[in-house]
Design a protein around this ligand. Structure first.
Ligand code: GAL
Length: 339
């Protein structure tokens, strides 16, 4: 979906900090290179973090420069504090699985462990050029890969169009009751779908809602009995003013999309990918997980993670200063400390 910048999408250049590397730090530093336990920048873009066992697991696109040219990679990291991440490997290293052509694309991987089967199911946006089509994003499918344990190795299973619809950006939601949902953006229908996964999590079982808003990078969290959904406008790698909507039930009715950050900040130069809830002993904290893409160098991309103000149907990304600065969560209590 390489598209011209959407009308109204704010130029966000001033929110891009100069390239710099940060040394090991006890804080999450939005927009900075984030080193893993090897000192290498974390490569987990368009991803999501899930809680499993006694740890947090982060899966995302690995666009390292030294990846083989014909290989699309998904990396996995593990953490017990959400600040320090241990690289667990490239859990998927896939070459063109179905003769889609050398331009084929793998984006936005999401992993769903399944307690009933003991398998872990990875979904990703699988794309490429349909013969004769001008767009490199015309296949518009979902890919599925399965592993016996969270950190791999994932084996390619198949691809399909969920509900028979074109599907691009994928989002993940696991509700408090353990039900798993896949969110996908569908260009021809000008909106996005929330679908329930089957009990074995290997398939899309049914449509839960269709939201008639052209929004991608969709993510959902449930907080105090209300569902909050975030997503971005369709402006390719360029950031825009991301929106949120609320609903009392996943089925809806969903409210109209509104801003959750100053629109001129273009969501502080980032695009939504996931919402992470920490239910601590003292408070519940919901964290916005965004990607700061570098359209000129896709291997050099950053993350904008920041706690949200949430409650009573309101969602706000409000940094303490002009820009989201260093902070860290206490995963036991749910409290947040700002540097
Ligand atoms: C964005 C999308 C990304 C990627 C990009 C390509 O809109 O969120 O995942 O597909 O377009 O231009």
């Amino acid at each position: 979906m390489i598209m011209p910048r959407a009308a109204g999408a704010a130029p966000a250049a001033r929110f891009f900090p100069p390239p710099m590397t940060s040394s090991a730090t006890p804080f999450i530093e939005p927009g900075r290179v984030w080193p893993d336990d090897r000192g290498r920048p974390i490569q987990a873009h368009g991803g999501a973090v899930i809680r499993h066992g006694d740890a947090w697991w982060w899966f995302g696109e690995d666009r390292s420069r030294d990846n083989p040219a014909d290989c699309r990679c998904v990396a996995c990291y593990r953490s017990t504090d959400l600040v320090n991440w241990t690289f667990r490997g490239q859990v998927l290293r896939l070459t063109d699985p179905e003769n889609f052509g050398e331009e084929w694309i793998l984006e936005r991987p999401k992993v769903f462990p399944c307690a009933a089967t003991g398998k872990c199911v990875m979904y990703f946006h699988l794309d490429g050029r349909l013969p004769g089509n001008a767009s490199r994003y015309s296949l518009a499918r979902v890919g599925v890969a399965v592993a016996d344990q969270l950190d791999g190795d994932y084996r390619y299973a198949r691809s399909f169009r969920p509900l028979g619809q074109e599907s691009r950006d994928l989002g993940q939601f696991i509700d408090d009751d353990g039900q798993a949902y896949l969110i996908f953006e569908s260009r021809p229908t000008k909106g996005f779908f929330i679908t329930r996964l089957s009990a074995d999590r290997l398939d899309v079982a049914e449509q839960v809602a269709f939201i008639a808003a052209p929004i991608e990078g969709g993510a959902i969290v449930r907080h105090d009995g209300l569902y909050y959904c975030i997503g971005s406008h369709l402006s390719g790698w360029w950031p825009n003013a991301n929106k949120y909507l609320t609903a009392p039930r996943l089925e809806g009715p969903w409210s109209e999309p509104v801003d959750f950050a100053p629109p001129e900040s273009a969501t502080y130069g980032s695009q939504s990918t996931n919402l992470l809830k920490i239910t601590g002993t003292k408070q519940t904290t919901v964290i916005y997980l965004g990607d700061r893409w570098n359209p000129y160098d896709l291997s050099d991309r950053r993350y904008v993670w920041h706690p949200l103000e949430i409650g009573g149907g309101r969602l706000q990304l409000k940094p303490r200063g002009w820009l989201p600065g260093p902070w860290r969560p206490d995963v036991q209590t749910g409290e947040v400390t700002y540097a």
